[in-house]
Design a protein around this ligand. Structure first.
Ligand SMILES: [Fe+2]
Length: 186
């Protein structure tokens, strides 16, 4: 359970690094969205949906439930709001996946997705990740579960800090921890 008697310094973790990396990819994809052709938009949406599906499933199945056990009241409110946004994102993903791109509602739906994803990123990066990084949960255990799940969902190497990291869950966590401990000292 959470221990609030002593403040814990925020530290970068495999999980929060991975989530920020997903956000960075999504931002880059959606930045190209406004001034491009319809064909390119469809490609962007397809790619964004693939990133988002994994991102939201990992959070709903593993990350948020664990965080909820370790954040205090203010954190729970933030998590409730974030979960609501994720539900909206999920609904938009499902609609877009089943929609004909020729449908006149397709483009407004994509714009709605972009707005909700931007809102989600601001919500998480503004407060929630920092809050989570100050908790004393078992990050290594969570990271191993998340890396395993990600591997089964994606079947491809995860890229972090610009390099593909080892696909084996345990080794991925160990390798990333070494990189992070080098960074947090700076
Ligand atoms: Fe996120």
């Amino acid at each position: 359970m959470a221990n609030h008697t002593q403040p814990i310094e925020a530290r970068a973790t495999f999980i929060t690094l991975m989530l920020r990396e997903d956000h960075r990819n999504l931002r880059q994809l959606f930045e190209q969205f406004d001034n491009t052709t319809m064909t390119k938009k469809r490609e962007i949406v397809r790619e964004a949906l693939a990133v988002l599906e994994v991102h939201t499933r990992l959070k709903e199945e593993l990350i948020y439930p664990t965080w909820r056990e370790h954040v205090h009241e203010q954190g729970l409110d933030l998590m409730d709001e974030a979960r609501e946004t994720l539900h909206v994102v999920h609904a938009l993903i499902n609609t877009l996946k089943n929609m004909d791109p020729e449908d006149t509602r397709y483009e407004p739906m994509c714009t709605a997705l972009k707005e909700q994803v931007t809102h989600h990123i601001n919500e998480e990066e503004g407060k929630m990740l920092l809050l989570a990084e100050r908790t004393d949960l078992d990050w290594e255990r969570l990271a191993t579960h998340v890396a395993q799940r990600r591997q089964s969902l994606e079947q491809k190497p995860l890229w972090l800090l610009g390099v593909p990291v080892i696909v084996n869950a345990r080794e991925t966590v160990c390798a990333t921890r070494a990189v992070l401990s080098g960074r947090s000292g700076g």
